[in-house]
Design a protein around this ligand. Structure first.
Ligand code: ZN
Length: 289
């Protein structure tokens, strides 16, 4: 599933191509994966210029004067920039034809999705503002503040999209490994210093992956069909049974939050004690670690 670095890579590819162009036609092929009424959808965005292309979490937002088109790629969604005369690949569901004022040649944005878990929908302007912090756009302080009050296990909290938007299985496993935190630890048992370190590691992992165009396992490609380069830098994700790159112990895989979770039980010890509080008069009552 494309996560934040992959979606950011797609958005960076789309932005210079879409902004300033107008959606001249929308053609549906097969069953559309729209939420909402399809005819309304089509008439609402036809002849609308694209003003900006943004991302929040794993969602792509195409802003037009009247609406915002939200695209979530699900597990296998792809957005491909193509000339209109290029053959259409199988599993392509929507063709957006666009033209610009100075360049009358049409180009197409093609939405392709083999497993059809992706979704396109129109958003009201008002509904696009209320957001949980985006893992890439927010500051480390904002991320820390969003996570600190939670009691959930780390893996659940980071995947849920309720507190921080954009992280998925790959980058959660990688960040927890970098921070030396067990994925099943409860946030309430992780001290402030270690939780802040996790926030820093999340930022670093995302930065490295975005710089390399994301991680490609099966379906993820950028707008030109190119693959991301981060896979070769994965420390732990997808490496169950292989030696930990830090200590040599065998990497384990368990299921948490319904997802295969990779970790090293030597480098990532469970935080099982109540965290040490920062309030001085409680020190001594609470044994922290
Ligand atoms: Zn290890």
């Amino acid at each position: 599933m494309p996560e934040l670095p992959e979606v950011e890579t797609i958005v960076r590819g789309l932005r210079p191509r879409l902004c300033g162009r107008t959606i001249k036609s929308i053609q549906l092929l097969g069953r559309p994966s729209f939420r909402g009424e399809v005819p309304l959808f089509l008439t609402s965005i036809k002849n609308q210029p694209v003003l900006s292309v943004l991302r929040h979490g794993k969602t792509i937002l195409l802003n037009m004067p009247g609406n915002t088109l939200s695209i979530h790629l699900g597990m296998t969604g792809q957005l491909l920039w193509s000339h209109t005369n290029h053959p259409v690949e199988p599993h392509t569901h929507v063709l957006f034809s666009l033209s610009s004022i100075d360049d009358q040649s049409y180009q197409q944005l093609r939405y392709r999705d083999i497993r059809r878990f992706g979704r396109l929908k129109l958003l009201d302007k008002q509904k696009t503002s209320n957001r949980v912090p985006d893992a890439w756009e927010c500051s480390i302080d904002e991320m820390f503040a969003a996570l600190r009050p939670r009691n959930a296990r780390l893996k659940h909290a980071l995947l849920s999209q309720k507190y921080i938007a954009g992280l998925g299985n790959i980058y959660v496993d990688e960040s927890l490994f970098s921070a030396g935190l067990h994925p099943a630890s409860s946030i309430s048992h992780v001290g402030d210093k270690r939780l802040r370190r996790l926030c820093e590691e999340i930022k670093q992992v995302l930065k490295t992956s975005i710089n390399l165009g994301g991680t490609s396992f099966r379906n993820y490609v950028d707008v030109h069909g190119g693959r991301g380069g981060f896979k070769g830098l994965l420390s732990i994700y997808g490496k169950a049974g292989r030696p930990c790159p830090r200590c040599g112990a065998t990497i384990e895989k368990i299921f948490l939050a319904g997802r295969g979770t990779h970790f090293c039980s030597h480098c990532q010890r469970m935080s099982s004690l109540p965290r040490r509080t920062d309030i001085g008069n409680n020190l001594g009552k609470v044994k922290g670690k």
